[in-house]
Design a binder for this molecule. Structure first.
Ligand code: BDP
Length: 697
């Protein structure tokens, strides 16, 4: 098993009693309607049931027999069925679904239905999941709707097929062979995404190349959109703000210039002529050298609204990123997005989503939630999580990210009193926002197992599940993913779930405990580099973030420091400002703390830090040991690959521990406490390491 099939393994159910029960309960497939989407749903059911039950299912019109599996949208339902589902239909939205056991003329049947065919397809995947996770289908009443409207993957894929921050091979988009050659991967990609409710994909990098908007590329994009359409997946592209100059022959890209406005309007018309359901544009502007409205003394609203106007009449949206920071602001990078965006609350057009990273710096192993969440009641904010592990060890480290996503989503912003959690801003319920979204920076590449490490398929999966429902628990996500991907054996699921759930805290411990951040090595961000101080912009250097000196360590963002805490609601600001109430997990994010500061457990900060680094290493050791006992439950290939990767992770966790402790020890001038292993190499050795082969150089 090479892992290509992801969580759609559809393994034969070995438990005979269970298998036979399912066979009794599913006798015949009754598709209603003949759209492409219904055909896809039927294919998937046949594939899944055939695999799991060893039965080739035929289709039939509804017979007088029991246990038909009837699936189709509301308009195709016979009246004696739809009447029984009236209540459920009132509860779902256009992408929601109903799965219900009903009686029809005294015979028991299962119905999967929805207001749209896409809803039906989501229901079919959910139904298959019930079998994959060995759940009873005896008495079903399942009513589900996605809580978030725009659920996208962001591919940071370049047109030359390199992937920015990609650690699993090349881009899966084969621009050379498109539009005529449709790789099977595109179809399997669509299946996987539809199975978890992802309904959009941004095909190219936010550091955009304007060529994607030229006719030859748009033909290729159209071909992909046709593959994805039956699966409910819209394509989106990134827009380079200077495209009117680069490919349009104009002299300016000023959003107030009449020719520029017209150029974008014509471009939108051209795109929609090819792709009538094109999703819209994602824009990184005035950030890290990308052009934007500020080049013309305009602001983010000017830029976003100009594009939004061009897309509006076609139903398209603009996702305007809030990941901005400039070299001119020297106080605190963490404050810049809030300062640049919050004053414009309420000024963006209705079809603009402002896309905000989960934290104010950049996808660190742990960050406090971004202060923009909750702070723009009149502007829809779209969550941006990173699925690829730029700052979390790349694809060799098995980190279960839904734990991180969940932490952010469940954090209380207090913006409308207690209980104003981030998830409520994202799903719109906090301020009655109608346009809502969540984006995940993809970890997908051309590797046979898609993500470079089978364990990281769980992060793609988990992102999709949380975009569907941001209130899900990461534990439930891990549970279902393990059962679908590997096995339902409790002796496997229980221990592996435990190590998955612990893995996020482990990486925080062995990389950046107590709120440390951005101490990865230069450029590529591979491995520790807390000593790096020679990059041209101060805020690119790790020393800018940890500020270690003889007195202590940490970034003072309180009222005596950068004042970043003031960007939070008073309750939250007060909590962070006071070193006593600041959660220890965020301590060094907000405070510069003396080395002998007493932590809650009685240890000094230095001892506590050293012990955390050691704990991280110990946690990975437990992961390795636990996995090593799983051979009976996992096929040879996946067992060996994951084992090898965990061994690498262990080696790198010790590297992180040793390098960071030796470096910080120069400032603390204190010995390592009992229980912390002695470093195997010198600081000079760690500092001399170079990685010309690290992706992202
Ligand atoms: C940073 C990455 C950079 C991205 C940037 C972004 O290092 O490659 O282009 O984020 O999100 O984390 O735009």
């Amino acid at each position: 098993n090479d892992g290509y099939k992801l969580w759609l393994q559809y393994n034969y159910i070995k438990n005979e009693t269970l298998r036979n029960t399912y066979k009794l309960q599913i006798k015949n497939l009754n598709p209603l309607g003949d759209s492409e989407t219904i055909k896809v749903a039927l294919n998937e059911l046949q594939l899944g049931l055939n695999g799991m039950l060893g039965e080739a299912y035929a289709t039939n019109s509804i017979t007088t027999k029991e246990y038909n599996l009837i699936f189709g949208s509301k308009t195709h339902l016979a009246q004696d069925i739809s009447i029984q589902l009236a209540n459920e239909f009132n509860q779902i939205n256009d992408e929601g679904f109903i799965i219900k056991s009903i009686f029809l003329k005294g015979k028991k049947q299962i119905v999967i239905t929805a207001k749209t065919d896409i809803g039906v397809l989501y229901g079919v995947y959910h139904f298959l999941k019930l079998l994959q996770t060995n759940t009873s289908i005896e008495k079903l009443t399942i009513v589900e709707s996605p809580k978030i409207k725009v659920r996208t993957l962001n591919h940071w894929d370049n047109l030359d097929r390199t992937v920015e921050r990609g650690y699993s091979g090349a881009s899966i988009w084969d621009w050379h062979r498109l539009p005529d050659y449709i790789d099977q991967r595109y179809i399997d990609y669509a299946r996987a995404n539809a199975s978890i409710g992802i309904n959009g994909t941004v095909l190219n990098n936010v550091n955009a190349n304007a060529l994607i908007l030229t006719p030859p590329y748009l033909e290729k994009v159209k071909a992909l959109s046709e593959v994805f359409r039956p699966y409910g997946i819209k394509v989106y592209l990134t827009a380079r703000f200077s495209a009117p100059i680069e490919i349009g022959g104009l002299k300016t890209a000023d959003p107030y210039d009449a020719d520029v406005i017209k150029w974008w309007q014509d471009k939108a018309a051209e795109i929609y002529n090819l792709i009538p359901d094109f999703g819209g544009l994602l824009v990184k502007a005035n950030s890290e050298g990308q052009p934007g409205p500020q080049n013309y003394d305009r602001n983010h609203v000017d830029g976003a609204n100009m594009l939004a106007s061009a897309l509006e009449s076609f139903g398209g949206i603009v996702m305007w990123r809030a990941f901005v920071y400039s070299e001119h602001d020297t106080t605190d990078r963490a404050k810049q997005a809030y300062s640049e965006f919050v004053p414009y609350d309420g000024q963006f057009k209705d079809n603009v989503l402002v896309q905000v990273k989960n934290g104010a710096i950049d996808f660190q192993p742990r960050e406090p939630f971004h202060p923009m969440f909750g702070a723009m009641p009149k502007t829809p904010l779209m969550m941006e999580f990173q699925i690829t592990q730029e700052y979390l060890g790349f694809s060799t480290h098995s980190i279960f990210l839904p734990k991180l996503y969940e932490e952010t989503l469940k954090t209380d912003t207090y913006r409308k009193g207690k209980g104003s959690i981030v998830a409520k801003d994202i799903d719109g319920s906090l301020n009655d926002k109608t346009l809502t979204g969540m984006a995940g920076v993809s970890n997908i590449g051309s590797d046979i197992n898609w993500t470079g490490n089978v364990m990281l398929q769980a992060n793609w999966y988990g992102f999709g599940r949380l975009a569907w429902n941001p209130y899900l628990s990461s534990e439930d996500i891990a549970d279902e993913w393990l059962r679908m991907t590997f096995s339902n054996e409790e002796n496997f699921v229980k221990p592996i779930k435990q190590i998955m759930l612990a893995s996020r805290e482990a990486v925080v411990n062995y990389m950046t405990p107590f709120g440390l951040h951005h101490i990865m090595d230069t450029g590529h961000h591979y491995g520790p580099g807390p000593w790096v101080s020679n990059l041209s912009r101060p805020e690119w250097n790790p020393v800018y973030y940890h500020k270690a000196d003889k007195q202590g360590i940490g970034f003072n963002r309180t009222a005596t420091g950068s004042h970043a805490t003031e960007q939070y609601a008073p309750e939250v600001a007060n909590m962070f400002n006071n070193i006593e109430t600041c959660p220890e997990k965020d301590l060094l994010w907000f405070h510069h703390v003396p080395w002998d500061y007493k932590l809650k457990d009685g240890n000094t900060l230095w001892d506590g830090m050293a012990l955390k680094y050691q704990e991280g290493v110990n946690q990975v050791e437990t992961m390795v040991k636990t996995w090593n006992t799983m051979k009976p439950y996992v096929d040879a290939q996946r067992f060996r690959e994951i084992q090898t990767l965990l061994n690498i992770q262990y080696k790198e966790a010790t590297w992180w521990r040793d390098a960071c402790l030796l470096y910080f020890q120069q400032f603390s001038e204190k010995p390592l406490p009992k229980g912390v292993e002695k470093p195997t190499k010198t600081l000079e050795y760690f500092q001399s390491l170079k990685f010309p082969f690290a992706p992202g150089n």
